[in-house]
Design a protein around this ligand. Structure first.
Ligand code: BG6
Length: 488
């Protein structure tokens, strides 16, 4: 096993991601005894802070963001692993501070929870302090760039110091239990494995709805928009897992090779076809869960002229043998009625209907994979209504075969995606991290759509906060006789 001690160095330890996600995840891993007792966690930021002050901040954050009363034993073990080093991350000389804290005999994991603009500086600093070799692992947070060109620059900067085997690019959706389960569902079940193509499947929907707005992140979000923030990474990764060919093994590169092929097969969307295949929206004020919320342009610091999209719907097509003629509809937005993400596979209708008397149109079977919340898998089937009657006809009813994770695995807590990914980095397994060519291929597809939007000079379509997005997103499916899946 690769369960060995490491120096886990968290650059940007006082930032939002570290406070909200990474430190609470380290706590949960500690609680489950999944951090080696010989490991150290070294927080790095540019603020002057004593070790005690740092430890206190970490504790407060973990309490706040796990919502748990800390287990004293777990906390003591974690606290004993914590160190803090002040480093001015853009100044290579400043990294000397840090050399006495790392143990050259241990694997060093460097998590860059900082803006990507300083990834290169951190690499340079580590090199200047002479503490890198080819056992070091670096973890890069998204966004890797703003488009293909800028992502190449960042990837190049890091590649000057580290080879691809050392680089772990995070897409936290790949750490979600339900996203990982896509691999199990597809390849451990012949019922799905043999029906997973254009012969059996009519279309696929991937919907990631969020009820939050931009949560005070105007500066970041307005520059990015929902396409760069969600589609380029999370939605395309989920799409790749659903569409990929069976990998030869579960090894990192076997899986990533297959995902890459899907990304390469995505039919380009450009000026010639964007208007029939994409919809973008921007929310205006409305009500979400009974609460009145402001529109995007009324958010604090808003630039009134902003045309940034907070909603995207796309009809994607994969030009390969398996998926010919099967649309993948993607939809994601902020300020939608609820936080709910799901993948829905719509199977083809039966070729002939024996049950016309009770059902003029037999509905298609659907496989609903609920990514979050209420994680689970559901298959809708037609079932006979039990009972006797004199009409001689058979009454049918749409019914659900429902696997709810919280019922089926009631003893298991569903780990946060970051817990899984941090554990995998510490174990040195790259399968759940995104390879450079995947990131770049995804940008390539997204850049072309964004360029078409830009050149069209049309603003995004407004939608009221608390609705499922602009009217045109409904039209995107309706014009093809389909509709978005609605959770009950
Ligand atoms: C992040 C985006 O990557 O994913 C956020 O930057 C978004 O804008 C978040 O809210 C959604 O993640 P999750 O796990 O809450 O679905």
């Amino acid at each position: 096993t690769n369960f060995e001690p490491c120096d886990f160095v968290l650059f940007g330890t006082l930032g939002d991601l570290a406070r909200r996600k990474l430190l609470p995840s380290l706590y949960q891993l500690e609680k489950a005894n999944l951090i080696h007792e010989g490991s150290q966690i070294i927080g790095v930021a540019r603020t002057e802070l004593s070790k005690d002050e740092y430890i206190k901040q970490v504790k407060d954050n973990i309490e706040k963001f796990t919502g748990e009363t800390l287990c004293p034993d777990t906390w003591t073990r974690l606290e004993n692993k914590l160190e803090y080093v002040k480093v001015d991350m853009v100044n290579p000389d400043s990294y000397q501070a840090f050399t006495s804290h790392v143990d050259p005999d241990r694997v060093m994991v460097c998590y860059f929870a900082t803006p990507p603009s300083i990834f290169g500086d951190i690499c340079r600093g580590l090199k200047a302090a002479d503490i890198i070799d080819d056992t070091v692992r670096v973890v890069l947070e998204k966004p890797i760039g703003h488009d293909l060109a800028s992502s190449k620059i960042i990837n190049e900067q890091v590649a000057e110091y580290f080879n691809e085997k050392q680089i772990y690019r995070i897409d936290h959706y790949l750490g979600k239990e339900t996203v990982l389960n896509l691999i199990a569902l597809r390849f451990a079940n012949s019922i799905f494995a043999t029906n997973w193509d254009h012969n059996s499947i009519d279309h696929v929907q991937i919907s990631v709805a969020e009820s939050v707005g931009i949560e005070g992140r105007w500066g970041y979000f307005d520059d990015a928009g929902q396409m760069r923030d969600m589609v380029q990474n999370h939605l395309l990764q989920v799409l790749s897992l659903i569409a990929m060919e069976p990998p030869a093994t579960l090894d990192a590169d076997d899986i990533r090779d297959e995902k890459l092929k899907v990304l390469k097969a995505l039919r380009p969307i450009d000026q010639s076809n964007f208007s029939t295949n994409t919809v973008r929206g921007q929310y205006i004020g409305g009500f979400v869960a009974g609460q009145e919320v402001p529109g995007y342009l009324e958010e604090p610091d808003a630039n009134q002229a902003s045309r940034t999209e907070t909603f995207v719907a796309i009809k994607a097509e994969i030009d390969n043998w398996r998926w010919a003629g099967v649309p993948f509809y993607l939809r994601t937005g902020k300020r939608m009625p609820a936080k709910t993400s799901e993948v829905v596979i719509y199977f083809k209708r039966q070729p002939h209907n024996l049950f016309k008397d009770s059902f003029a149109n037999l509905p298609p079977n659907k496989l609903v994979i609920r990514l979050q919340p209420d994680e689970g898998v559901e298959v809708t089937v037609m079932n006979k209504v039990p009972g006797l009657n004199t009409s001689g006809s058979m009454d049918l009813q749409k019914s659900q075969l429902n696997l709810s994770f919280s019922e089926a695995f009631s003893d298991e807590r569903i780990a946060d995606a970051y817990e899984k990914l941090l554990l995998e980095v510490m174990l040195g397994n790259q399968a759940l991290f995104v390879r450079r060519d995947e990131v770049e291929q995804a940008w390539n597809w997204v850049d072309s759509i964004m360029a078409a939007w830009q050149s069209s000079n049309e603003p995004p379509e407004p939608y009221q906060a608390g609705t499922w997005g602009p009217v045109d997103s409904i039209g995107l499916l309706a014009k093809e006789g389909r509709s978005w899946f609605q959770q009950k």
